[in-house]
Ligand binder design. Sequence first.
Ligand SMILES: [Zn+2]
Length: 497
Amino acid sequence: MTDVLVDFDEVLERYEPVIGLETHVELGTASKMFCGCSTTFGAEPNTQTCPVCLGLPGALPVANAAAIEATLRIGLALGCRVATWSRFSRKNYFYADIPKGFQTTQYDEPFCTAGHLDVEVDGETYRVEIERVHLEEDTGKNLHVGGSTGRIHGADHSLIDYNRAGIPLVEIVTRPIPGTNVKAPEVARAYVTELREIVKALGVSEVKMEEGNLRSDVNVSLAPIGSLEWGTRTETKNVNSLRSVERSVRFEMRRQAALLDAGERIFQETRHFHEDTGSTSPGRSKEEATDYRYFPEPDLVPVAPDEEWVASLAAALPELPAARRARLSEEWGLSATEMAWLANAGAVGLVGDTVEAGASPADARKWWLGELARRANDAGVELAELAVTPAQVAELVSLVAAGTINDQLARQTLDGVLAGEGDPAQVVEARGLAVMGESDELVAAVDAAIEGNPDVAEKVRGGKVQAIGALVGAVMKTTRGKADAATVKRMLEERLT
Ligand SMILES: [Zn+2]
């Protein structure tokens, strides 16, 4: 079934969107949430399990202190209030990836509440209120075999890997975010980008979205402009790239507007996002509230974070991304808007690391926001996913500065680096990309240009010096851009004036 969609700009003529995000961050602790099993990614299925995380009868959980500390640090970085008394709860439901028959999570007594995160989009600041930050355990991972989509529908059978079951998961829930209007998709993306930067700065998770370390459930609803009530929301589950967060909001707004235009109603349901088409499809209906029969986990003691401990955690927080950006924009001579642009492109860290590797801030910015941003965009990936490191970009910059290559050759060098041919210097060597010195080959090319364009040469001899450009161009063409234009010009002048 193909959805009818309304043009995005037209959606805003009639409706106001409200967005909300629930983001799961898989913590990078060495062991799982309630047992000593390893959390290393990519191990053979079901090799990192024990009676506790398999939910075998009689097994007793012990809470991971490092995970609790990481949760409090995330909460503090988001300006939350840390509870003085907190408990784990059982969320009861039956699904094969939940071996205990319930998930140990937090319900009405989460660790952190009432925070906020400010994000900037196109010079406007949007305050995202954080409702809660709580700690829970991840589920196992299902592998549906035999279907074409990898989803359960149409599959022959399903396999379950319990290595992930019990890995500590922090859930960060925003309050509904109204007032974003045309910027709703960008605000959603900017929020997840900023949250990821914070978690990265805290060092509590690898935050590799492609490995599912950070994934967001994206809520969207529309209401007619001026309406006092918000519309029915849909929840697009497990969106795992920044670009997809933005696209899923955009798609849901366009899809819901078409339904509302036609006088139909929006079903409260979960939806799946499809990377290939940028569309969403229905998942589970949420029309009837599931009764999870939450109750306090009897096998774990409540946690009462000590005031002094919390204060020491707050005092020991690292420089957070917003403060870092303010400091760097000063150091790099950027306006707040330029820095916000860099942040939303996910490039602050990359530019910073490139500067640390020896490039000037201007050069580092030029490459990441110019050539590399273009390539990432063409390939439909994030900047950080490009197969080039900040150190390699710094090396490229230094090769240009040393005159070994020019900008055009640098772009060809980049082709090689991105193709996995090695570091810039190696690629320059292997592909023979270095700028030509005043070699016999270049002398021959200069002489050939003069001989091949006698009328132009005559004009230059006669005093029309600007005509020399045509000859420089001819030499650059025969040397396929490998000559240095200034050198060529000087050589031509030596011969003609
Ligand atoms: Zn275990």
